[in-house]
Design a binder for this molecule. Structure first.
Ligand code: DAH
Length: 411
């Protein structure tokens, strides 16, 4: 087979695609392939890298199909196995008449200068694939057909005994992925609020200045609007600096009552260092209903903190300011490591700061299309990355975004 290599022509009727059996189809590819490797790329009308890639993909497919067919066909005995394996190897890798040497001679060598790199690359890939056609390895994969049954069984010729697997060999180790620590913390928080009947809502990371600032009662003069702090795409479009704009979008979409949490990626023009990253993550919470008071805020956040960090966790609210809440507070929880005595994790303070919160400003409700005389609400926003750093004792926020498996596989 290998010696008598000829560039066979496709059979006359091959263009009328009728119900060709898999074997016939295979034969057609084989013939076309042999015909093609006898011509140059130019003669084949292949003049751009994309067509080169398609052509080589076809060749690789043919190689794989032939190998598969060889294995599926089985062999009569050990000698037959070797003979079959050799034939396939020679057909592709034979020094003089192998398909690869034709491809090298007719496609690669005379290739136009600007096409050469892509032909070279594809050819190398093909060579690597073909290198797997090692006779011994190939032969071992071909099952030997049972000798007696072959004559009488209607299934004659079908391999029924594969070579016995060597059970003492180590198996393939398929590396398992793990959940990224930020996703892990995000999901923990989501679980707690889902259990309280909140829903998860998301919004765009490319946001208008209206939703990111104006609708949240952040005045034109506010320092956070400065292009030193915010990534502007144009004068009215930013990479959202927080998840709070989704508050407004959700109010407009669903109206009141509304109980949601909003996880998501946010962006600020911070230089990367151990505690800063221009990309980070937040979790926002929002509850709007009739008669929502500061007691709901406090009770819910206290419950949340206990579920997140343990029953003994205490919460602390201190006065603060945000344009979109009135009154506003900072939420801190007693340190989960030292329980408030003071340690390295809480920087000796006994407390870990989680984020901001407050009663939704009437102007913000109005921007969301909700009547502040009928409804009230509370909201919070916390940084997921910083919290994950504290929780897992990670000293450098950059580790989250470097995709170093040695770091990620620890979670
Ligand atoms: N959006 C604020 C920030 O990024 C965090 C925040 C504070 C969100 C108070 C809130 C809130 O919903 O009530 O700093």
């Amino acid at each position: 087979m290998a010696e008598g290599f000829v560039a066979a022509l496709p059979s006359a009727g091959s263009t009328a695609v009728q119900e060709a059996s898999p074997a016939e189809r295979q034969q057609e590819i084989v013939m076309k392939l042999e015909e093609k490797v006898a011509l140059t790329l130019d003669q084949l009308g292949i003049r751009d890298p994309a067509s080169v890639q398609r052509l080589f993909a076809e060749v690789r497919e043919a190689l794989l199909a032939e190998r598969q067919q060889l294995v599926a066909g089985g062999a009569a005995d050990e000698a037959d196995r070797i003979r079959l394996a050799k034939a396939l190897r020679d057909r592709w890798l034979g020094r003089k008449n192998g398909l690869l040497s034709f491809i090298g001679e007719h496609w690669l060598k005379p290739a136009e200068r600007d096409l050469k790199p892509s032909v070279g690359r594809a050819f190398n890939e093909l060579r690597q694939l073909a290198a797997e056609l090692e006779v011994e390895r190939l032969a071992a994969q071909i099952p030997i057909r049972a000798p007696h049954k072959a004559a009488e069984s209607p299934e004659a010729g079908r391999p029924i005994s594969a070579p016995a697997p060597d059970l003492s060999l180590p198996g393939y180790r398929r590396p398992l992925g793990s959940i990224h620590p930020i996703t892990r913390v995000q999901r923990e928080i989501e679980e707690i609020f889902l259990g309280l009947g909140y829903r998860i809502e998301t919004g765009p990371e490319i946001e208008s200045t209206y939703y990111n600032f104006d609708a949240l009662n952040i005045p034109e003069s506010h320092p956070s609007r400065d292009d030193v702090d915010t990534f502007y795409l144009d004068a009215r479009t930013v990479l959202r600096t927080h998840t709070s704009p989704v508050q407004i979008r959700a109010m407009q979409k669903f109206g009141a009552p509304l109980y949601i949490i909003i996880p998501g990626t946010c962006y600020r023009r911070d230089n990367p260092d151990a505690t800063h990253s221009p990309m980070f993550h937040q979790m926002e919470g929002l509850a709007i209903d009739e008669d929502i008071t500061f007691a709901d805020l406090k009770g819910t956040l206290d419950y949340f903190a206990k579920r997140l960090l343990g029953e003994r966790t205490r919460t602390r609210l201190t006065p603060s300011f945000f344009p979109f809440t009135e009154p506003s507070g900072e939420l801190a929880v007693s340190c989960f490591l030292c329980e408030g005595k003071g340690c390295r994790t809480c920087k000796q303070s006994g407390w870990i700061e989680l984020g901001g919160c407050g009663m939704v400003h009437p102007e913000v409700l109005r921007a969301g299309g909700i009547d502040p005389d009928r409804y009230s609400g509370w909201a919070f926003g916390m940084g997921i990355d910083r919290f994950a750093m504290t929780k897992y004792d990670i000293g450098d926020i950059q580790l989250f975004f470097q995709s170093d498996v040695r770091f990620l596989e620890q979670f």
